[in-house]
Design a protein around this ligand. Sequence first.
Ligand code: ZN
Length: 310
Amino acid sequence: MHSTSNCRCRCRQPLSAKKAVKLAGLTVLLLVVHCKPLAIADDTHALHSHYLANAGVMVAKGETRLLFDPFFRNDYGVYQLVPADIEAAIMAGMPPYDGVDAVFVSHYHDDHFDPALVVAYLLKWPGVQLYAPQQAVDVMLQAVEMPGRDVLDRIHGLELLAGGETIEIHADEIEIEAVAIAHAGWPSRNTDIDNVAYRVTLDASTSVVHLGDADKNREHYEPHRDFWHARTARLAFAPVWLLLTEPGRQVLDEYVRAQQVIGVHVYDQVPRDPADRPEEFDGLDIFVTPGEFRNHDSAAPADSQSLLTD
Ligand SMILES: [Zn+2]
């Protein structure tokens, strides 16, 4: 594990299943061991990403499946919703959405997070852990009549302050790191929203970053320069405004430094065909079609296909 100096939680030893530990105020219940079928035929060890909608993506490698911002029901009239067939497939655990290990929520805005859907998913899939800002967890606990302890024990509320400490959690086969980055609109809008960026490491060579609705200003990233430089992410999902603005591109280049960045949270009106998009999208790798997926270990540089359409 790297040696960031500002981490709140540092459990360096692999921890056994069902063992709860208290780490500086954060209760961490370790992932249960679970068996699952291989879902992505022929290339199970490759890193795949699957677009759900808006900032919702699934990352898959080997037997590990991670969902980021997958459950929401508001497009605010300008973004995309997860199509009903994809949402139903996720809920039903149909391949490729089977054997999910963890769900990550960046923040509680309605285009990222629906409390009832999240709880329904946790109820249905007892092997799934949820990681979310404590603020989102608090909203969820108020909005939904919570089920039993078995679900509550799998909900991990992260308390992070902008510019403050980061959190590390070793959970079974993955390492989770979380850092607060102010929500876009700072400093005039959304300053009361706790937005969490995740860096999840699946194996020694594969870390994936999801930035939620991160703001583009460098002052959110500079306090965590060592954190960002401690690992080179294979892949980052960034809100498209980071790719479309010079300050955004700078923080991606200088701090996040992922080998590949895919833009998400794209307006629904952005054409599906790259040839039809405005010039500012030239050369950008963005997800725009729910169901689209990429094989990041494929020899073909732009392996993009649709799983559930046709
Ligand atoms: Zn938001």
